[in-house]
Design a protein around this ligand. Structure first.
Ligand code: 4AD
Ligand code: MG
Length: 480
């Protein structure tokens, strides 16, 4: 067996010393021809491997370069150096993979996030991205743990689908038809999708919700967690063309139950990361502090990262209706002094991210749940309120991010749902399977979608969504 190594995380966490160990990892730095800072990704902290003078010949010493992969055997001994309890006094070092120091993109210095984005295949090996992706892992794990502990069934909804779950038309087409104009046409000149791979027009899913609802009508409590795709041409620090979404759907929940679930859920997974990724979050907190120093005082956030996370898990989210929010925004000095790009004038306006961020960052200074939006700015499946003007929608807005969750109580009444679909030009024949849930044993139910990358942004304190998914997809970019 080749792999009899100890993980660096386990070595550093224990006070134990005076035993033999083998470690493997990638060289971060090599000082004085003696001290190797070795990282194997199990922690942000490096293990100091000491190659005493005379242990290695010159040829081997020259191969210990930043980025090289090595195997080291030796004794774990108490460390005299600062910041670590133990170090490895090497008795042998083997080079597993050379790395040409001239060509390796990462130098032992600080690189810009832009540079690292262009080198996303290598950025896993930096402290910042190591921390981000370990936190991302923990959050994903905690999501499954949260739902599993509550008896939810994890449902895999399809990635290729024929329906537009949001009715927003922002879909990537999936086809095997030729693009050179030779695809067979119907009499009216439109493409004949009967000839296509699935015998109909298909796309990548924008949300697993509709299929999730079908499953909730049997298991009561389900969730999905998978990739979703949106062909919206949004070149922002909050949008991706491919992102991951978590969508719980619960039979017998109303809007308030839905809000309680979402709030408990977010707090639970943040707490999990705080407990299990303390080192990574401490590192990211320092990183953010450094970044903020470059900003003018007025633009700096009031809280550090750890302070913010603690605040969020220990305080209740503010809950208010869209109508109340519009009143606050309309009366705000910001609006009166015309500081919004889109001024708030009338009830019914869609909220832009500047409005959401004003509410969360300036007015309430905590996460906010907005409910009961005008029906015209929300999706067809949301439950109509008594007033006939608003729907039982909820969006959760987070400081520094804006919308992080979108959800609603669903319209369980067949006649009302059909009427809304007609008004909004959602083709009922394509969604007949969905309407069946309302025909056969319909019940009140509710659910929401949490944008996973937006959550990771929030927890890591990063500012660009392209930095919290390993290989981001956005307009004009699908590298790697
Ligand atoms: O608000 P959205 O569009 O809601 C739905 O898709 C519903 N079907 C969810 C449900 O009720 N089951 O999207 C949900 C969340 C948003 O709040 C946001 O966090 C995230 O998904 N999101 C995006 N994240 C990154 N890039 C994009 N382009 C996103 N679009 C939405
Ligand atoms: Mg939304």
């Amino acid at each position: 067996m080749f792999n009899k190594r100890k993980k660096i995380n386990a070595l550093l966490q224990s006070d134990e010393a005076n035993y033999e160990a083998t470690v493997m990892g990638w060289v971060r730095t090599f000082r004085n021809n003696q001290f190797i800072a070795l990282n194997d990704g199990s922690t942000n902290n490096n293990l100091q491997v000491v190659a005493e003078l005379g242990l290695l010949d010159d040829a081997t010493l020259r191969r210990i370069t930043t980025g090289a992969c090595i195997k080291a055997n030796g004794h774990i001994v108490p460390s005299l150096g600062k910041g670590q309890k133990v170090e490895l006094k090497a008795t042998s070092i083997e080079i597993l993979g050379d790395s040409d120091a001239e060509k390796f993109p990462l130098q032992p210095k600080k690189h810009s996030l832009e540079f690292l984005r262009e080198n996303a295949h290598i950025r896993f090996r930096t402290n910042t991205f190591g921390a981000i992706f370990r936190v991302r892992h923990s959050l994903a794990f905690a999501i499954h743990k949260f739902f599993n502990e509550r008896g939810f069934v994890y449902v895999h909804t399809p990635i290729i689908t024929g329906s537009d779950a949001e009715g927003a038309g922002e879909m990537f087409r999936v086809t095997t038809l030729p693009l050179d104009g030779s695809a067979e046409k119907n009499e009216d000149g439109s493409i004949n999708y009967k000839e296509d791979f699935f015998g109909k027009s298909t796309n990548l899913t924008v949300s697993g919700q509709l299929e999730g609802e079908l499953a909730a009508m049997a298991f009561s409590d389900i969730y999905t967690f998978g990739p979703t795709f949106r062909a919206e041409n949004s070149n922002t620090t909050r949008h991706l063309a491919e992102f991951w979404m978590i969508e719980p759907e619960v039979a017998f929940n109303d809007l308030e139950d839905n809000m309680n679930l979402a709030e408990d859920f977010i707090k639970y997974i943040i707490r999990y990361a705080m407990e299990h990724n303390a080192d990574d979050l401490a590192f990211l907190s320092l990183r953010l502090e450094e970044e903020e120093k470059a900003k003018p005082q007025a633009e700096r956030s009031e809280m550090g990262l750890l302070e913010k996370l603690n605040f969020v898990v220990n305080n209740e989210f503010e809950r208010l209706t869209y109508t109340e929010a519009i009143r606050i925004l309309k009366d705000s000095n910001h609006n009166k002094k015309k500081k919004f790009q889109y001024l708030i004038e009338d009830w019914g306006a869609d909220l832009q991210s500047e409005h959401e961020r004003y509410l969360v960052e300036k007015h309430f200074k905590k996460p906010v749940i907005l409910t009961d939006y005008p029906k015209d700015i929300k999706s067809f499946y949301m439950r109509m309120n008594e007033d006939g003007k608003t729907v039982a929608a909820m969006d959760i807005l987070a400081p520094g991010i804006g919308e992080i969750v979108g959800g609603s109580q669903r319209e369980e009444r067949l006649d009302k749902l059909l009427a809304r679909m007609k008004e909004m030009h959602v083709p009922a024949e394509e969604l007949d399977f969905y309407l069946d849930t309302r025909r056969f044993g319909s019940c009140p139910h509710a659910g929401f979608g949490l944008g996973f990358e937006r959550l990771v942004l929030f927890v890591t304190g990063m500012t660009n969504i392209r930095d919290v998914i390993p290989f981001p997809r956005y307009p004009k970019s699908a590298a790697f």
